[in-house]
Design a binder for this molecule. Structure first.
Ligand code: ZN
Ligand code: FE
Ligand code: FE
Ligand code: ZN
Length: 261
């Protein structure tokens, strides 16, 4: 039995399927509960891969339609952490009865979303360790902002296979310490297995450090299509156990509670 709390909807313009179809897949895969977390609106047109402000009521309505199946469906949002927009996230947090807010770092600077395939050339222009340093600095700020219940895909810049040249473990340690200090959870995101890197986010070394520190964890698919719901979960839970985890977390009404693995 498991949950999958990082699911998208067509409102972000790069996902397909009605949330009801995600429910059907969750039932087929034997999940106990799912939750949607589509890309948050921004106060201005920021890019072309998130819902608009005007779509937010429709988003909440779509989740309501999925709930009509009787299957437990949580209401979340995947929020981009972008320095300067903290008060906007605070405003969003008050608009609906969210079960959780996810903090994600995709942007390393204005117009530079590190996981965007159209911007992969940046890795030829900027030294890879500089990219990782920028990313970790933002990721730490994201955790410390106190705005989010858990943070997404911890080592996202490896998506296309760009590993750091230097030992990443000091950065992992900083992130794990921030999670503990600010009481924030993180996800094991199985989407990495479907990308060029061919590895879950985060790396196993991160999971070991996080388990040793008892940083709260949950497993998510980051599904952008119904058939992706719950993918890789058997391996993901096995990795968590190997790393030393005996517990995962669930959310309801922005309250976190532990569940045995
Ligand atoms: Zn997406
Ligand atoms: Fe993301
Ligand atoms: Fe996502
Ligand atoms: Zn994501």
């Amino acid at each position: 039995m498991s949950t999958d709390y990082h699911l998208h909807t067509p409102l972000c313009h790069h996902a397909v399927g009605h949330p009801r179809e995600y429910v059907t897949q969750a039932q087929t895969r034997g999940l106990q509960e799912i939750g949607f977390a589509d890309h948050n609106p921004m106060p201005v047109q920021y890019d072309n891969w998130r819902m608009s402000k005007d779509d937010l009521p429709r988003y909440v309505e779509l989740i309501g339609e999925a709930r009509e199946t009787g299957f437990p469906v949580r209401l979340g949002l995947e929020c981009d952490y972008i320095p300067g927009y903290e008060s906007w996230i605070e405003q969003l947090s008050k608009l609906y009865p969210w079960d959780y807010l996810i903090g994600s770092v995709h942007y390393l600077g204005p117009g530079w979303d590190v996981d965007n395939p159209e911007l992969v050339y940046k890795f030829e222009q900027v030294p890879v360790d500089e990219i990782w340093d920028l990313y970790w600095a933002n990721y730490l700020r994201c955790i410390r902002s106190g705005l989010f219940d858990f943070v997404a895909h911890p080592d996202l810049p490896k998506k296309f296979g760009h590993r750091p040249k230097t030992d990443p473990r000091p950065a992992y340690e900083n992130v794990v310490q921030a999670l503990i200090d600010h009481d924030v959870a993180f996800e094991l995101n199985t989407a990495g297995w479907r990308k060029a890197v061919g590895e879950q986010y985060p790396a196993f070394d991160f999971l070991k450090l996080a388990a040793a520190a008892s940083a709260p964890v949950l497993v998510n698919s980051d599904a952008h299509a119904p058939e992706e719901v719950g993918t890789g979960f058997v391996q993901a839970y096995q990795l968590l156990r190997e790393a030393g985890y005996r517990e995962r977390v669930q959310f309801q009404g922005r309250r976190r509670f532990p569940v045995p693995l």
